[in-house]
Structure formats: structure tokens, C-alpha cells
Design a binder for this molecule. Sequence first.
Ligand SMILES: [Zn+2]
Length: 483
Amino acid sequence: MRIITTTATRNTQLLCVFVQGAEKISGLGKLDAGTAAAVRQARDDMGSCLGAVGIVHGGRQARRILLAGLGKKSEMTGDTVRFVSGVVAKKAAELNLQEFTVVVPLGGVQDPAVSASQIVEGAKMSLYKFERFKKEKKNIPDVMTLVIKSKSAIPAVKTAEVISDGAIFAKEVANMPPNECAPATLAEIAKKIKNPRLKCRVIGRDELKRRGFGGITAVGGGSRNDPKLIILEYFGGAKSQRPTVLVGKAVTFDTGGISIKPRERMEEMKFDKCGGCTVLGIIKAVAGLNLKTNIVGIIPSVENMPGGGAYRPGDIIRLYSGKTAEILNTDAEGRLILADALAYGEERYSPKAIIDFATLTGACIVALGTNVAGMVSNDDRLAARISESSARTTEEVWRLPLNEDYMGMIKSDVADMKNMGIGAAAGTISAAAFLRNAMRDTPWAHIDIAGVAWTQASTKKKPYNPKGATGFGVRLILDYLQS
Ligand SMILES: [Zn+2]
């Protein structure tokens, strides 16, 4: 869908305006008495219900006028306009329209630039559907026109478009079925992101073995699909500027390995690559915006399968950091491949910060549910900045503690550490403790997206998060990088 901006409403099949209770509706231009009365009636019928829509036929500029309810002013959040814009775009698609127009609210609600971005994000992401394997595809309008009176809000539209495309890209790759998306496929997808400032390197199995990536090669050993370490270097800033390193777990399918998972919902384990997909989406958006900053994406990708070459409970492996890990459960594989990637990222790039994304622990769902991601960090400033971006983007994260007591939970009798904590205690934090052990003192934030990376039974329904992968983290980190 193309997005165009204009300062005055032109003829359109559907003209959408936001309404809030009985407040004056602006953006409809001059209406004849009959249409004005119909609009008032529709508004009264909607009441103050968030996401309610009322359609009035007629008016001079539009075939239809759509009123979209923002709910009560006192209950507005940073997600309200995005959420309602999703409802609006879905309505336009449902009506089989090729184009529709949305009036960006001027002030009152929030800064018009913020509203404009949220409209773009909500509309674009709501119209995304994973349907590359379906013959029959749904209608998507070709054009959304935004009426913006404030010139300063126009650049925000372009930015929001690129960021939404990044999130949609992350969703699309994450939704790919495991038989169609092995680590090598993911590497090919990464290579296709084009930008003169972007370089992609892929390290294959033999080199990984030779160079001591013991976590990645152990976990990838059970699959016929070889593991890959995908590295995307984007240098848009000064050469002397230390990069931000983003690491994303990409287990293209997680059976659990020899510690095999129960069969219920095992098909969802294609989403165990969501962290890596988030990093791909971020890099795509960063490149699309030509940001003047240095970013490195590192994606360890494996398929965790039982097989003759699989690693076993009881094994002791040596990680890239040089430390050894006792394997107690082959389903706790994410921390092993991440530990390699984090150690490599720190050693190779001396980054100013490392942020990792991983569908790491079921314990995170027990602790925080499916609408808030867990964050563990060794740096208060970094954690605070991510929390601020979280508030602005409403991609919610909640920080959990990490102190020496937790570090003690992963001590092993026979190796430097073990890949499980103690029973069911603080599983998200003991996993983070394992990652912490891979690094020296670079400011680091780990974001556990096991609950939020794809829609689950208890996920809050949002029009812009249709069933499947959510692309969580793309909008969050783009805000972080630009703030
Ligand atoms: Zn696992």
C-alpha cells in the first residue's frame, strides 16, 4: 500500500476521521445539513467506545464518511491511535476499496507527527497477512491518503512507513514454516537486504567448528540443515564510532533435541527464530532510513533436532568465550548459541552496547504473560533508555533483576556453568545469567520475547498484530536508535 500526503481532502471512496466523545469533529469540510445530521447521529450512536466505527454515506468529497472512535480522552494511551487506525484500515480492506483517506488529528490528542506515525504503523501492519502459501489472497487497498495540515509532520510519515515495513518483514520471515526456512534460507534472506553501507557475512559449519563456536555447532549438530552465523554490518556513522550490536536467536525449528518437547503446540516452535527475525527487520529499517549510525546484527541460526549428531544431556561443551558448559537439557539451547554470538560480538566490535532478542524461556510467560517482554541488563542507563522507547512505542518491556545470587544458580559441579538453573526458580533470570557469563562489561540488555513474539491464547487482540508473528522489537529499537 502506497501512502500519500495532502493538505486538503480530495475525492475519496472513504474519508476517515477520528472522534472522541461529543468533541467537535474536524476534517470533514463543509457538509450539507442532511449529512451533518447523519454524522452527528452516527457519533452519538458510537458513544465513547474505543475502536467503534460509524459509516455515513454521502457528503461532497467522499462516497462514505467513516467515524472512528478513540474512546475516552482520559483513557488514551500511546497505542490508541495506532490501534484504531488498524481498525480503520481493515474496514477499508473489507469494503474492497482501492483507496481511502485518513484525516490526521491536529493537536488536541497528541503531536500531529506522532499521530501521523501511529496511523501509518497501525494501518500498514494491520493489512499485513501471511499468505504466500495461499492461492486466494485478501484485498489490500493500493493507496492510503493522509490529510495533514501540519507540514512538520510529513517526514514522520516516511519514517513510519520504513519502520512498519521493517516490522512486517520481521513478521513475514518469522511466519515462514520450518521446512521452507532453514538456517541457510535465513542467510539468503539476510543477504538480500540491499544498501551500499550494508555488508553481510555468513559463517558456515566448518568454519564455526574451527573457530570455536562450540555452542552453535553443538546445538546445530542434530540437524541435516547446517548451522549458520549471519552477520550484518551497517556502517552509516563515523568510522571511529563504536557500533551497537544487536543479537537475535534464530532457531528455525526447536524440537527440544534429545530432551524432546511434548507434542502440544510444537508447531509454534517455528517461532523460535523470532529474535533473529527482529534483528533482520531492524537492519532493514535502519538501511531503509539510511541512519547515520553504526549497527551490527549477529544472528546465530540453527535447527534443534534429535539425530545421530545431536548433542546430549551430560555433554560438556566449550563455548566461544572459552568457558565450558554442562548440558542438562538440550531444550535450553538458545542460551548456548547466544553465548557464542554475544562473546563474538563483544570481542570483534568493542560495541558501545549489545542488545539481544530471544524467545528464550517459557518462564518469562509465567512471570509476565504474553503482552510484556522481560528485560535483564547490567547497565541502568541502557535499561532506562530502552524502557523510555518501550513507553513511546508501546512495545512493552519489564526489567527483572540480575545479581550475584542469580549468577550462582548456573554453577556446575563439572564445568564452568550449566545450561539450566535450579528447578522452576527464576528461569528467565538464570538464562540471562548464562548469557551474562559470556561477556565482559559491555553495557548489555537481554530481551526475552518468548511471550510476545507471536500471538498466543492470552495475547491482547490488536488489529495490527494479526495471528502469527508480531515483529516485536523492531519499532522499539528503531525508537531507541533515533532517540
Ligand atoms: Zn528450546
